[in-house]
Design a protein around this ligand. Structure first.
Ligand code: WQD
Length: 337
């Protein structure tokens, strides 16, 4: 049985990926510092899979802690989620973001190099494409100057990995996520935003739950059909499965380059108003919302061409937007009962 280290394994995408890894017969070792999640997620993963992952409450930035996990386990691959991810906060706290996101990445790569270990999956982001010149976005689209410090940590992170792969013979895949949403069908794990949500779907579900009074739609004057911005919303379980596909590609030595990157989205663009309408319809409720001005730093349209990912990873999304929005609401309701 292959043993996979998952950093940030109790976070939103990490926890769903741990479940899929266990479902696929991998043994999972989690490192999480609980800075943006709770220990209850570990129990909830076990409740879904009937298998408790090995867990270390540790900070990947602390080298000695990281080393002791590698001393205790023979690790066959690493999926690295642990990072700060709030776009707005990153602009106010650049040093904290660069220090956390980059030093944790460097530490792990250093351990892989020093121990002659291999197989690294990195959570990257479609934000590396900035305002795209062409839609849908293919992997051949240029990487642009990052709009935020958070985005820059992903862009620089990819460069650090690429250089390390070349120099040390490490094989790695960066997955450029579009907009992950939804929750596990069991509603036992999902997204746990701290404070006021910045992302659309948690804001929608908290408004429906009465935690927020009104959803603000940021701009209806974009050059899109209904004037609101377009994104590619992917169910987190489909996203989690992309990590398994990428990991298997590395373990089976099917990768074509030592560093590869793939777009992980549905290939379908959806506007903010379409999200609201679909959410209302599938959950049979009404949302209180108003149109306000555009949000700084937002691009008009961002959705993936998934052809390369579909072909190379032999992976594709299976869960429809309707189901994703149903699961997001079911998860939200589970939080308030
Ligand atoms: C989606 C759409 C908003 C909130 C960000 C990061 C990205 C990734 C995912 C991850 C936009 C609109 C939103 C609201 C709204 N980061 N919106 N009212 O900006 O596409 O991507 O999150 O860790 O790197 O940039 O996602 O969910 O914030 O916004 O109208 O209250 O919803 O303007 O068009 P975004 P989002």
């Amino acid at each position: 049985m292959k043993k996979i280290l998952v950093t940030g394994g109790l976070g939103f995408i990490g926890s769903h990926t741990v479940v899929e890894l266990q479902n696929e017969g991998f043994e999972v070792v989690i490192i999480d510092d609980l800075s943006n999640t709770t220990l209850s997620v570990l129990e909830n993963i076990e409740a879904i899979t009937n298998k408790k992952p090995i867990f270390y409450e540790a900070d990947v930035r602390i080298k000695s802690d990281l080393e002791s996990v590698f001393d205790a386990h023979k690790i066959d691959g690493v999926i690295h989620f642990a990072a700060f991810k709030a776009v707005g906060e990153s602009i106010a706290k650049p040093l904290e973001y660069y220090e956390n996101n980059l030093s944790s990445l460097i530490n792990i790569l250093m351990v892989l190099k020093n121990r002659n270990l291999d197989h690294f999956i990195f959570s990257s982001s479609a934000t590396v494409y900035g305002e795209p010149n062409e839609l849908p976005i293919t992997e051949n689209a240029p990487v642009k100057k990052a709009e935020s410090v958070y985005g820059n940590t992903k862009k620089i992170g990819e460069e650090i990995i690429k250089d390390s792969c070349k120099a040390y013979g490490i094989n790695a895949i960066a997955l450029r996520y579009f907009n992950p949403i939804g929750a596990h069908a069991s509603a036992k794990i999902g997204e746990l935003p701290l404070g006021v949500p910045q992302n659309l779907i948690p804001y929608v579900t908290q408004t429906a739950a009465g935690i927020r009074e009104q959803l603000s739609v940021f701009g209806d004057d974009y050059a899109t059909e209904d004037g609101t911005a377009i994104r590619d919303y992917i169910h987190v379980v489909d996203l989690a499965k992309a990590h398994i596909a990428a990991l298997k590609r590395l373990l089976d030595k099917n990768n074509k380059n030592s560093f590869e990157f793939f777009n992980i989205g549905t290939g379908k663009g959806t506007s903010v108003l379409e999200i609201i309408q679909t959410f209302e319809k599938v959950n049979n409720l009404k949302l209180n919302y108003k149109i306000v001005g555009r949000r700084d730093g937002d691009v008009m349209s961002c959705y993936a061409d998934t052809t390369i990912a579909n072909n190379e990873l032999q992976w594709k999304t299976e869960i429809r937007l309707e189901e994703a929005l149903r699961s997001a609401w079911k998860w939200q309701q589970n939080q308030t009962v």
